[in-house]
Every structure is written in C-alpha cells, then in structure tokens.
Design a protein around this ligand. Sequence first.
Ligand code: SAH
Ligand code: SF4
Length: 357
Amino acid sequence: MKTETELTKQKIIRLLSLTDKEEQQSLFKRAYALKVDLLGRKVNLRGLIEFSNQCRKNCLYCGIRNENSNVRRYAMTDEEILGVVAFARSKELTGVVLQSGERTDEEFVKRISVLISKIKKATDDSFRITLSVGEQTAETYQRWFNAGAQRYLLRIETSDEKLYRSIHPNDGLHSFETRMKCLESIQQAGFQTGTGVMIGLPGQTMENLADDLLFIQRKGIDMVGMGPYLEHAQTPLNNWKESRMPLLERFELSLRMIAVLRMLMPTINIASTTALQSIIPTGREFGLRAGANVLMPNLTPVKYRKSYLLYENKPSLELEADETLENLLQSIHKIEEQVVYHDNGDSRYFLNRQINH
Ligand code: SAH
Ligand code: SF4
C-alpha cells in the first residue's frame, strides 16, 4: 500500500477539519488498513504505574499541579512497584510505564536508577521500562538510560511556543525552550523517544495541530501518546470557559490526529490514550480502529488512583488491575485485534532507525 509520509500542511489541515461522517470514516479506514498492513492486527500492551503524584510544577491544565492543595500526595514504595511489575509479568505483559509528577532532586534521581536496576533484576532483564517523569538534565537522562530504561515519554504538549506559554506559568520552571532541549537530550541518550500533544486546548487551531504532527515527523519520534485536553475544576485553565471545544468534537479530532499521524509515520508506535476513554467508555477501541497500536492499562493500585487525577472523569478509579486488564482484553477481542505477547513491542520505526545507522 502506498504510504503518504509527505502530506502537505494544507492537506493535513483539511483532513483534521473533516466533519462529514463518511469522509471521516474513510480516513479512519485508510489509516487502519495501513496499520494492519505494516504492523498487523496487533496491539501492544504496557502496564501503567502512576507511582507518585509529587510534583514541583504548576502546569495550568493539570489536576496534580503543585499548588493544588486538595491533592493528597503519595509515593509508592519500591516493594509496591515491584509487586505491580510481578503482576504485569504474570499476565505476560512485556513492559511497564513508570509515570509520576516531576521531581529533580538527587534523592529522586538516584531512587529511579536503583528502581530500574531492581526491576531489571526481578524480570531477568526481559522487561521494557518506559519512564515518564518529566524534565531532567541531560546527565540524568543518560544515567537512567545506562541503568537500563529503554524508553522515555515527554509530551511537547503543543509545538507552538505561544500556545505553550499560554498554558504554563511564566516562570523559569515551565519554559518551552527547556522542553525542546529535554526532548533532544532524551533522543541523544539513546532512548526510544515518545512525545505527544493535548488536543482541543483553549486557543488551539487546526494549523497548530497540523504543525504538531509535522513536528513529530521532523523530529523522528518513535512513539506518540496524544489525546484530548480534559478539564479539571481545580486548575486555572478550567476558568477559560469561553474558548472550549465541545467534548465530542475533541474526541473525534483526536481520532483524526491519530489517523493522520499513522499516514505520516506508518511504523511508529501510537498509543490510544486513557483520555479518549474518559469521553466515551470504548474510546480507546476507536483509537485503535483509527490507527493506534498501543494500549497502556492502568495498573496503579486502586488506593492511589483518586490521587492521580490529571483531569476529571478519569475512568476505572475503582477497578483493580486484574479487572482492568480483563476488560481490556475483552474489548480488544471484540474489535478483532490480538494482543502481542511474545514481542517486547519496540517501535518498528526505532528498530529501522538503528539498522540504518
Ligand atoms: N509529570 C510528567 C508525567 C505526568 S503528566 C510530565 O508532565 O511529563 C503526563 C501527561 O498528562 C502530560 O504530558 C499531559 O499531556 C497530560 N495531562 C495533564 N493534564 C491533562 C489534562 N487536564 N487533560 C489531558 N491531559 C493532561
Ligand atoms: Fe506536574 Fe506533569 Fe502535571 Fe505538569 S503535567 S503539573 S509536570 S504532573
């Protein structure tokens, strides 16, 4: 099948702006066919562990921002995390994503290095570890890569500097330039690099989103997680009610973003995110049918889930990991996709990049 890795910006804007149901369906079908052709009817799973909500930042959209004093702060112990890893392994998952708020102190940096070693040891080196713990120094990224983590997720949130500034406080901790530099350091450290954006942000245009997709392509990103922006009452961005895109529009636009990205970068890993599921219970399945190939079942222990609300209406707050996973497997089966068990799910794009170097 012919790929369309050279879509023009105008064409991308046109595809992202589709509202006609049939045209939209045909876009999803094309992207899905491309995914099936190149990657199979296959879904890769990674267990998500939201291991701490301690955060030094104050992103204007995020429910666990430092200044939100309603949040009960927690940090899981290594033993608790290793317990979840053991569970993930018993279910034949091949990797986990360790996600938390942002901390950069030496105690945290060291703790993550030790944790990576412990996970590697406990899983006989067979497990893929993805980190999603925010902005760090180039040295720290390198340290964690050397300790054995293979992937890193840091969303650019938006590639438009002006829009980025409008959704972050104007202080030294939230600079667009630093964000960009971090993404580059992550790539240079050797990680499979993931990024992504929020979709339907106040003030965001179709042109911004087209630029985001081209940014992802230009930077040679290996994996992408992107989804709708969702409100949280205890955040400053929630007060910008005037420029809000209706939820269902945000949902469909997110699916179109996934589909167009699949056409632009046919072999990367694209996650169908929990934020989609927050709008429609089967939202992630729609994401898969629009071209995504990765799901991240939430394995965070139930007692911590209510304290990790980046946005409201986060699904499955009461479901233990076992049930979360069971539901997910059933819904994957329903859309006639298969979970990949004996493959660590490395981004095909990343592997090709390695070969060509
Ligand atoms: N602290 C780390 C990881 C946790 S936040 C970091 O910031 O990278 C992970 C992602 O959650 C963010 O990158 C952001 O894209 C997303 N997020 C935060 N608040 C959100 C909201 N209100 N709606 C949708 N996504 C949100
Ligand atoms: Fe902290 Fe990440 Fe939320 Fe920003 S998005 S406030 S860095 S957890």
